[in-house]
Ligand binder design. Sequence first.
Ligand code: APR
Ligand code: ZN
Ligand code: ZN
Length: 359
Amino acid sequence: MVRAALLTAPGRPLELVEIDLPAPGPGQVRVKLAAAGVCHSDLSLATGLLRAATPVVLGHEGSGTVTAVGEGVTSVRPGDAVVLNWAPACGSCHLCSLGEPWLCENSAGASTEPYAALADGTGVHPGLGVAAFAEETLVAERALIPLPDGVPLAAAALLGCAVLTGYGAVHNAARVRAGESVVVLGLGGVGLAVLQAARIAGAGPIVAVDVTPEKEELARRHGATDFLLSDERTAKGVRQLTGGHGADHAFECAGRASTIRTAWSATRRGGRTTVVGIGGKEDLVSFSALEVFYFARTLSACVYGNSDPVKDVPVLAEHVRAGRLDLESLITDRITLDEIPAAFDRMAAGRGGRSLVVF
Ligand code: APR
Ligand code: ZN
Ligand code: ZN
């Protein structure tokens, strides 16, 4: 039996339960978690903003050690350190064959099959195919990324979502170049990772925007050169900081229509907005037909930072080893499995950076 934080239905508090996790079947791998980050998408799944089959073990940003492998598994062995990948690509669908594996149509995260059971036999679903809010998990072999040397195992959990997403948004999706100006709206784990990635790209100025003033110090530590509070004057403030033009790039990391709109308005004529946050179905953004034409801006979204985790995690690891990417300062709270609800509360209140469950 394995201890896990279970969501029985959207809107219910997480419950600590014991789950019965089977031995790995063909192509499966069992992993003992070292750490799991608490991401806003977990909160959105817990509240019902995003949908998941229940009961479910959430958590999709994890790292750990392989404990057992099923038949036919060749890429990892017991004892190997791994990062969990919530969007493992099949390699053969239409979008994989176009070279966009982050949009894979057969991603294991889309699986609706139970992976474990409660004591009474009820099937339990793996959140985003990963189920990292548990002492151990069972995943498909392709949902594992071998951890490169020189990255501390627990902090490496963040590579599995926030950092891969934030770094990829800057380097794969927007392709920020040295000297370009950047504005980042929403400074949770993802937005802070975007700031660090913009710093690595040599961008400047790097303007950080959030609703709470306490984020300023955190933002500056992650590479922001300026900080603005989020309100109706934000776009104007960004223009003032960029020679009156607006930023070359905006990154929306709050998951709201209003911040998508502000991000777009804060870019220069011909500028680019990259939406990273996941917002609600009813939350609408509006643009006039004339301004869409006149400003000739680009608005696009990225999934998992348009990353290929197998190729990109080694790149991130190199940045960590060289001291350019600081995973440690993203982690503002180290918690236990029963403290995830408090981490959700901090997140909903816009406090702190990443909370990391350490097992
Ligand atoms: N303007 C600016 N910032 C805002 C606003 C706003 N109107 N509303 C909320 N924020 C800030 C919060 O204060 C918080 O600092 O956005 C930040 C979001 O951070 P987290 O809740 O920690 O979320 P994170 O895990 O970083 O994820 C960000 O990416 O993967 C998606 O679903 C995820 O949509 C979420 C986004
Ligand atoms: Zn996430
Ligand atoms: Zn595919």
